[in-house]
Design a protein around this ligand. Structure first.
Ligand code: UDP
Length: 332
């Protein structure tokens, strides 16, 4: 039996593939290469010394999706595939709704037809929006405030409806905080096709000289140094979270919703300063206006992950900064 990873050559998918292969699981990766590179397939094999099947396919195509389920013995789906750039989603909402939701619907249709009952879904802490209280618990209300986040929220609702219609299914919905860092080998990491919009990939490109200077969006928030606070979590910790969620599904949890973060908030300025401390003084920055739509503070309540998944993030911010830069240098 194999675990199907949709979007498995992407940033979080590739690290999860490594984790699952290292645990002796049989993995099939499907990816349309829209925001990933085929070379990642070889890098995963190089890191793990294991082989796996790769299928290039666009899961918006139901026939192609069905062929994958028909031709393989799939026990569970870990569903990463989806567009993920907030700014782009504001300009192209239909593209986001069509892609992210249609892929999920096609997967669910095939899971039902071929009796595949377990899915881990890649959701986002961005669905919490701006909250008055920190840390953020899974029980908090949701306020997705852009099309990207709304696709995540709507998919969560679709999964719940689907479960209510047929409770043979099990869904683990993982709400990621801010994934950063890279595999310690420096072979895989975050590698966006376009100029990055997220903080860490922007920082690493300033460090290598590809970009000139980091703009820190806002230094007038009510935080200790005025810059935004985020819960940065190492992508290898996140990958372990997926392996644990797959185990959780075997206990028949129905719909299990869980934050994946460290529970610690660091400011943007602290993050840049830590990066400069561990990698040499490479990143110049300036303060600019707040970015529209940004929230001031976001960090996770990790109680549920600790209790129910036995998950505790182990990498610190220094390791996140070191490995992010190692990958960027290797990949330049
Ligand atoms: N940020 C920044 N400069 C950048 C990119 C991001 O100051 O070039 C800040 C952003 O305003 C936020 C934090 O870094 O406070 C994390 O932003 P990111 O886009 O990585 O994640 P998200 O906003 O989804 O938490």
């Amino acid at each position: 039996m194999s675990i199907l990873l949709t979007g498995g050559l992407g940033y979080i998918g590739s690290h999860t593939a490594v984790e699952l292969l290292n645990r002796g699981e049989d993995v099939i990766i499907v990816d349309d290469l829209s925001n990933s590179k085929i070379i990642v397939k070889n890098k995963i094999m190089q890191i793990t010394g294991k082989k796996f099947k790769f299928i290039k396919a666009d899961l918006k195509n139901l026939k192609k999706t069905e062929k994958i389920f028909k031709n393989n013995n799939i026990s569970a789906v870990v569903h990463f595939a989806g567009y993920k750039i907030v700014g782009e989603s504001l300009n192209h909402p239909i593209k986001y709704y069509e892609n992210n939701i249609l892929i999920t619907l096609n997967l669910l249709k095939c899971m039902e037809k071929y009796n595949v009952y377990n899915m881990v879904f890649s959701s986002s802490a961005s669905i919490y929006g701006d909250q008055n209280e920190m840390p953020v618990k899974e029980t908090f209300s949701t306020h997705a405030n852009n099309p990207y986040s709304r696709t995540k929220l709507y998919i969560e609702e679709i999964l719940k409806d689907f479960y209510n219609s047929n409770n043979k299914f099990n869904f683990a919905i993982l709400r990621y905080f801010n994934p950063v860092g890279a595999h310690e080998s420096g072979l895989i990491g975050e590698d966006p096709n376009d100029t990055p919009t997220n903080l860490m990939p922007y920082i690493t490109k300033v460090a290598t000289g590809e970009l000139k200077e980091l703009s820190i969006f806002g230094n007038d928030y009510s935080t200790k140094d005025g810059t935004g606070v985020r819960d940065f979590i190492h992508v290898c910790d996140l990958a372990i979270g997926h392996a644990l969620a797959l185990n959780k599904l075997k206990e028949k949890p129905g719909v299990f919703i869980c934050n994946l973060g460290t529970g610690k908030g660091y400011t943007v300025l602290e993050t840049v300063t830590t990066f400069n401390k561990v990698n040499g003084n490479l990143v110049k920055y300036k303060f600019v206006e707040r970015r529209s739509g940004d929230i001031a503070i976001s960090y996770a309540d990790t109680t549920k992950a600790e209790k129910e998944l036995k998950f505790k993030a182990k990498y610190n911010l220094e390791e996140m900064c070191k490995t992010s830069y190692k990958f960027e240098k290797n990949n330049k």
